[in-house]
Design a protein around this ligand. Structure first.
Ligand code: NAD
Ligand code: UDP
Length: 329
């Protein structure tokens, strides 16, 4: 009888919001999963239930330091993602993106692992092209308070493109647009967790600026599905796609094109939480906050046969239920 060994995956940033969902999905698919995190914004609570699985292990490690191990697939998610967190220690944020990416690329190179990197819609900055297509180079301030994140992620893309061109590393990148769902930290500071937590505690709902800036919100399960489809593609398919669309590296937008103002988001959350006594209040707009954001997902549809399935009202209902349980203890 032939013994089939499980595929081995390394997930950096595994104790965070998205990392925890990805680890669960990989375990469900039969992978052996090594979860790496320095617990800066992530928490072991997100992955506690995964420890029951013998194919799951956790390493407390900072991705800015080299890491060694033999894996079939590497998923690089380690980086604070919320503006308040990535601006808390901007130099560490840059290091997590740039040194972290170099360490993971070196590991992929030495071990011939396939690598997926989580880039971001922030690489487009405050975009002048709408909706954002992958060929758009962006409009980014190099020296503002958001630059540590935006430029770090841009540099990580450059590293990935060059390791692919120069050394043939099998790297794939997703530019993730605002993604939300259970396991977001209640004090994460991003708009959906903020508004739900404010509504649950009857605090003011803080709209920054006039609340008319837009975002496109994607439920976490849709993103994880896209990531898994992408990593399952043979290298030849990805190379052919890359040559056809003329991008310097295989990079695709992954998001939900439904576009909402921040005010519409607040109103939908309050509609789903009629018991809340919260009121909308206006606060100053943070520096360099992008005014409009919406992904063009033509390439993801074509390459992955994927599109998001979960509309905002449905995803919000699941997320509100999660935070309700959390607060109820
Ligand atoms: P998160 O803050 O919940 O998770 C990030 C994880 O990385 C945390 O567990 C944190 O402790 C860990 N981490 C941070 N610095 C580290 C370091 N130096 N070494 C090891 N671990 C480190 O954020 P998330 O929303 O789950 O984001 C995951 C990834 O996806 C990030 O790279 C982020 O930039 C990217 N992304 C997320 C979104 C989104 O809307 N959620 C959008 C675009 C891109
Ligand atoms: N935002 C807001 N109130 C909050 C938190 C965020 O109005 O309490 C706004 C923020 O200014 C931005 C949008 O919501 O325009 C999304 O912010 P988030 O921090 O979630 O993500 P990002 O700005 O990185 O897209």
């Amino acid at each position: 009888m032939e013994l089939k060994m499980p595929k081995k995956a390394l997930v950096t940033g595994a104790a965070g919001f998205l990392g925890s969902h990805l680890c669960r999905r990989l375990l469900d698919e039969g992978y052996e999963v090594t979860a790496l995190d320095n617990l800066f914004t992530g928490t072991k609570d997100n992955i506690l239930s995964l420890f029951e699985n013998r194919r799951f292990s956790f390493v407390l490690h900072d991705v800015t330091q080299p890491f060694w191990g033999q894996f079939d697939e590497i998923y690089n998610l380690a980086c604070p993602a919320s503006p308040i967190h990535y601006q808390h220690n901007p130099v560490e944020t840059l290091k997590a993106s740039v040194l972290g990416m170099m360490n993971m690329l070196d590991l992929a190179l030495k071990t011939k692992a396939r690598l997926l990197h989580t880039s971001t819609s922030e690489i487009y900055g405050d975009p002048l092209v709408h909706p954002q297509v992958e060929t758009y180079w962006g409009n980014v301030n190099t020296i503002g308070v958001r630059s540590c994140y935006d430029e770090g992620k841009r540099c990580a893309e450059t590293l990935a493109a060059d390791y692919r061109r120069e050394y043939g590393v099998d790297v794939r990148m997703v530019r993730i647009f605002n993604t939300y769902g259970p396991n977001m930290h209640p004090k994460d500071g991003r708009v959906i967790s903020n508004f739900i937590m404010q509504a649950l505690s009857n605090d003011d709902i803080t709209l920054f600026g006039d609340g008319l800036q837009t975002r496109s919100f994607q439920y976490c399960d849709d993103l994880i599905e896209a990531i898994r489809r992408y990593m399952a593609l043979p290298l030849e398919t990805v190379d052919a796609f890359c040559a056809k669309c003329g991008l310097g590296a295989p990079v695709i937008n992954v998001g939900n094109p439904g576009e909402y103002t921040v005010k519409q988001l607040a109103e939908e959350i309050l509609r789903q939480m009629p018991e809340s006594r919260s009121k909308l209040v206006y606060r100053p707009m943070p520096q360099d906050d992008p005014k409009r954001r919406k992904p063009d997902i033509t390439l993801a549809k074509e390459l992955l046969g994927w599109e998001p399935k979960i509309p905002l009202n449905e995803g919000l209902a699941k997320t509100i239920a999660y935070f309700r349980n959390l607060v109820a203890g």
